[in-house]
Design a protein around this ligand. Structure first.
Ligand code: HEC
Ligand code: HEC
Length: 323
């Protein structure tokens, strides 16, 4: 019989047949094992790139929807919205509000539902509802991206010293403790600020960081005499919205509120019939009566007339116009 070219494939010896079969099985197993080994790093790389992408999309959404209140870097704005890139936010806030879920669930919940029911808050506006299922403007996947973006601050936020942490005292969910070690830089300043904020909010019978807070009674406050306007500009949080050093010009407008550097020059020309002192006085006690062009009504705190005495407001007007 003529030999065909592929005759060499016919193996006669059973031993060689078994050997070849075993080898083939081993090879197959080897390939499978190798793939299993590669799968883990491949999945990790995939997840990392997906997360990176999600954080990026979240960053865009944040810049467009959230930065006006929470600040471009999430450090919060005094009197407007709390800090999110904050050690307090990632280490203590959930304990203080009594939320038992995880940090990302807390952020997701706040975003989907907002905190729309508040009637009295330390912030200029309430946190709106964002989830479309509750009538807000954002889809669920967009909220997922925002959660990734905010969570992405966790690592750096937890490394903040008390001094660097932009946390502002919450008046309606009092901090049960300071999330810092007393030996860290800025601890005392942060504690003093929290105590001052608690007192200013009229909180009593409350202790933080080992300090008992007793809000001064109305009589004590009156005895202490009028507070200094410059100090009030900080404690009343004016400084969080207004820049005192820069001028307000068409090319240099304050983001949240007008710069007050050149207030003395412009105040007399704002509202016909009001001289500079009347205009500034009205701007403080009834901000919505006249809205500076390009800004929103309702942003500036509306009840300063209740938080400062008449004498203190007059002194504030004088100080603002004499700087
Ligand atoms: C109009 C201003 C405003 C805008 C815009 C805004 N927020 Fe808020 N946000 C607030 C205020 C005020 C609070 C605090 C609410 C409270 O505790 O009553 C808050 C609370 C939060 C909290 C919870 C913080 C905490 O410590 O409990 C998160 C998270 C948050 N906002 C994320 C966002 C994100 C993300 C966006 C953009 C989609 C956004 N916010 C847009 C004002 C705003
Ligand atoms: C939460 C932000 C916010 C805080 C806090 C705030 N303001 Fe304002 N302020 C605004 C905004 C926004 C405007 C412009 C809209 C308007 O006319 O009400 C404004 C307007 C003014 C004006 C008029 C400025 C101009 O250029 O015509 C004065 C004066 C002023 N504020 C003083 C103060 C003083 C004093 C305090 C503290 C006691 C204070 N503001 C606290 C947001 C704020």
């Amino acid at each position: 019989m003529q030999k065909r070219w592929y005759d060499f494939l016919y193996v006669k010896s059973p031993i060689v047949k078994i050997g070849l079969g075993t080898l083939a099985i081993l090879l197959t197993l080897g390939v499978i094992a190798l793939q299993l080994l590669m799968e883990e790093p491949r999945m990790e790389a995939q997840t990392a790139s997906w997360e990176g992408r999600s954080i990026e999309i979240g960053a865009d959404l944040f810049a467009n929807n959230c930065a006006s209140c929470h600040g471009i870097e999430g450090k919060g704005l005094q009197g407007v919205a709390p800090a999110l890139d904050s050690r307090y936010f990632f280490s203590q806030r959930l304990n203080d509000v009594g939320f038992t879920g995880t940090q990302d669930q807390y952020i997701a919940l706040t975003l989907h539902a907002g905190r729309p029911s508040k009637v009295d808050t330390q912030w200029a506006n309430v946190m709106a509802t964002w989830g479309s299922e509750f009538g807000g403007p954002l889809r669920a996947d967009q909220i997922d991206h925002l959660v990734s973006f905010v969570m992405n601050w966790e690592e750096t936020a937890l490394a903040q010293t008390p001094e660097e942490d932009p946390w502002q005292f919450f008046q309606d969910a009092l901090s049960k403790q300071l999330p810092y070690d007393p030996s860290e830089p800025g601890y005392q300043t942060k504690l003093d600020q929290a105590v001052a904020a608690a007192e200013a909010a009229g909180v009593s019978n409350y202790s933080i960081g080992g300090v008992e807070v007793q809000a001064p009674t109305a009589d004590e406050a009156a005895d202490a005499g009028p507070r200094d306007p410059e100090e009030l500009f900080t404690t009343m949080a004016c400084i969080g919205c207004h820049n005192l050093d820069q001028d307000q010009t068409p090319d240099n407008r304050g983001i949240t509120a007008p710069n007050l550097g050149n207030l003395a020059e412009v105040a007399g020309d704002m509202v016909p019939g009001q001289d500079a002192a009347t205009y500034v006085y009205n701007s403080i006690v009834a901000p919505n009566d006249y809205i500076v062009e390009g800004y929103l009504p309702g942003v500036m705190t509306q009840n300063f007339a209740e938080q400062m005495s008449e004498e203190e407001i007059q002194a504030m007007v004088e100080w603002l116009l004499s700087r």
